[in-house]
Ligand binder design. Sequence first.
Ligand code: URP
Ligand code: ZN
Length: 455
Amino acid sequence: MNLLIKNGTLVTAEKTEKADILVSGEKIERVAPEIKQVQGAVREIDATGRLVIPGGLDPHVHMHLPTPAGFSADDFESGSRAALIGGTTTMIDFVTPRKGQQLTQALDERLAEASSSLIDFSLHVSPVEWHQKLEDEITNCLKRGIRSFKVYMAYLETIGLTDDVLEKVLAILGKHGAMLTVHAEVGAEIERLRNGFFESGKTEPLFHALSRPPHTEAEAVKKVLAMAKKANCQVYLVHISAAASLSHIEAAQSDGQHVFAETCPQYLLLNDLAYDKKLERALPFVMSPPLRKKVDNEALWKALAKGTIQSTGTDHCPFNLEQKLLGKDDFRKIPNGAGGVEHRLALLYTFGVREKRISLNRWVDICSATPAKIFGLFPRKGSLEPGTDADIVIWNPEIRQTISAKTHHQRCNINVFEGVKTIGGPEYVIAAGKLAVQKGALSNEGLKGRFLKQC
Ligand code: URP
Ligand code: ZN
């Protein structure tokens, strides 16, 4: 059946205009000031007073991530459901091979896991060690539509890469025109600080944060950008949290390097006072990088408005309180991460658009269009052009909600945004032409996410 969205205010990264949209099958068929005549059966939605935006694209989620504390609490099905309810219709997750495993084999395994996703998805692939066949494996991934390779400068004991390996990986990616997606934290210094704190009896969550001071992010950013310049490789910096990182990013961008930066709602809205709380209340906030200070929040907002930071993700990686408690006597054992895939659009609308830190168009840009462009998914995703995927959110600017683990759709019994009040939210969400959310409730009939090749 066709879907006709009438009388809405269309907002894309470029423009805001009053127009109607006709959806036919999985695609947007027509956009015009007034669409009157439609052939065949049509369901009409009156979007008077609503914003009509492209579905959100979250470039950074970890569904069903294996850790020593068990899997992250959302799998692809539950996490994509929460995403949809929040207005996100595409996500990019990760492929993290076991040591010794081929990248494409790990990719196949992850594709099987991701097949339960209700929304379209793509994947970043992580080289986690050096070996002679790595270039072949990377080119095999490229042939299969993966252009983004995620490396970790932290977590050296497990999946992190040392500088010499990173240099070799960068050379391969630069040669093939691929993207280095990077978690920038100086792993060696963090390991030293972590172990030092623990050995002197400092075991609480606060010491997770103190063992990852802002300069460990800023120095890693500076270093990887210098290495990427040498290798002529484009870079996407995930979850930038510290104001101290921004001057390095700006310097590289002014120098003409292809450098993109992402931040997340938690680094814009939460701060390190969270770690001063009692154990059970501090545990949810253990994530890497850790929360910073209010001045960092404000610097990140400015960087988003100015364009130094072009993208937002959530780093959605929720763990239940019972999992977090596994580190109650040793902060090094607390699984890192927090959920948020459901809340990104509403949080950035409430605290970004409504508080005039960013414009409406910039909101769409950082939540959808630019991540789609960076990862080779635009204009199929992130636009409202005829011929593109009908992933559309009808946004009611007046919906009021209070975020809570009791009512959210993420499969997790804690929420770092507990009690935060948002204004504005999705009323209808259309995913690949299907009406997936109506009046805030999911109808998952026939929803089936597809793997998206990055081009
Ligand atoms: O604390 C975090 N961010 N956990 C998820 C894994 C990662 O480092 O991105
Ligand atoms: Zn992450």
